[in-house]
Design a protein around this ligand. Structure first.
Ligand code: NDP
Length: 295
């Protein structure tokens, strides 16, 4: 049985790789991009080039969109809304949850359905076993197109609220960016003392393993348990002790002539939690300030 066709709109590094993966899987694939020249390598591999966004919409029921943001979707399809009826837009672009919710209403207002998605891998990993995508919208719609979307990565349904896929995506991205930025800060700090990145690297791997360990010694596990139980214990290491330690990271960075804003933001967060009376509790009490920044 022949495979269901798919259209890909947006051929940046992500969209181009998605279209290539569909083609590698033998799926009839139509592509459209604002800058048409980016479609040429895909046409050589068998993709059909749509001349207009309306042609792209007409070619398949499932339209996978991968663009810089949601504004790009309106710029591309806003003049072609007559062609949206009956289409399923799986938009894997970045945006804010409210933007995604508004986009869901916009799509249904034109007789289309929006599945929002947050794809958790960079271009080369699309379609490989570790790839996965958070989706929200109607699960039955996702199920109808699961076979096609599975070719990009494991489709992981997270709920009906159109904004939810992006919340998962952003929660993961914040973890990713803040961890790697902290690593770079560490490299810069040690670099001022002549310590090479290669020398520091194995220690970071060791810390990451302890953070991720899914047993009693694991820090992510411990924070999870505290947040679930609603109790933050500072028996072995109080938040006050850690806020003072955070002061010292800012001071060390200043002495080394580095940018202090990242460590200072962390330090300030810790001290706001101490000032609210959490000094004798544990690190997990910081979530109270994150949840309610101003009283
Ligand atoms: P970009 O974010 O740079 O997106 C480029 C695509 O968006 C191009 O097709 C570009 O068209 C199109 N575009 C931008 N603005 C408009 C507009 N106003 N009208 C029409 N088309 C527009 O590159 P990526 O491919 O890397 O990312 C795509 C999405 O995937 C982003 O939302 C990103 O956050 C997300 N993402 C990216 C990852 C990555 O590692 N790259 C990983 C996970 C998610 P044109 O070619 O004409 O400029």
């Amino acid at each position: 049985m022949s495979k269901a066709p798919v259209t890909v709109i947006g051929l940046g590094p992500m969209g181009a790789r998605m279209a290539a993966v569909f083609l590698e899987n033998g799926r009839p694939t139509t592509v459209w991009n604002r800058t048409a020249s980016k479609a040429a390598p895909l046409a050589e591999r068998g993709a059909t080039l749509a001349a207009t966004p309306a042609d792209a919409l007409a070619a398949s029921e499932l339209i996978v969109i991968s663009q810089t943001d949601y504004k790009a979707m309106y710029d591309s399809l806003g003049g072609e809304t007559h062609a949206l009826k009956g289409r399923v837009l799986a938009n894997l672009s970045s945006g804010s949850p409210d933007e995604l919710r508004r986009a869901g209403e916009w799509a249904s207002g034109h007789g289309a359905e929006l599945l929002t998605g947050g794809i958790m891998v960079p271009p080369p990993a699309i379609g490989t076993p570790g790839s996965y995508v958070f989706y929200s919208g109607h699960e039955a719609t996702l199920d109808r197109h699961r076979e096609t979307l599975r070719e990009l990565g494991d489709p992981t349904f997270v709920g009906m609220d159109a904004g939810l896929s992006m919340l998962y995506y952003q929660a993961q991205l914040y973890l990713f960016w803040s961890t790697l930025t902290a690593y770079m800060h560490g490299l810069a700090l040690l670099g001022t003392a002549g310590v090479s990145a290669e020398r520091f690297h194995p220690f970071v791997i060791r810390s990451m393993a302890t953070l991720a360990e899914d047993g009693p010694a694991g820090y992510v596990r411990a924070i999870t348990d505290d947040v679930v139980s609603g109790r933050s214990r500072g028996d072995d290491n109080t938040l006050l002790m850690q806020a003072i330690g955070a002061d010292h990271i800012v001071e060390a960075s200043r002495e080394a002539g580095l940018d202090t804003e990242g460590p200072a933001a962390l330090r300030d967060l810790f001290w706001r939690a101490v000032d609210r009376g959490h000094g004798d509790e544990g690190l997990s009490s910081v979530i109270e300030v994150i949840r309610a920044p101003a009283r």
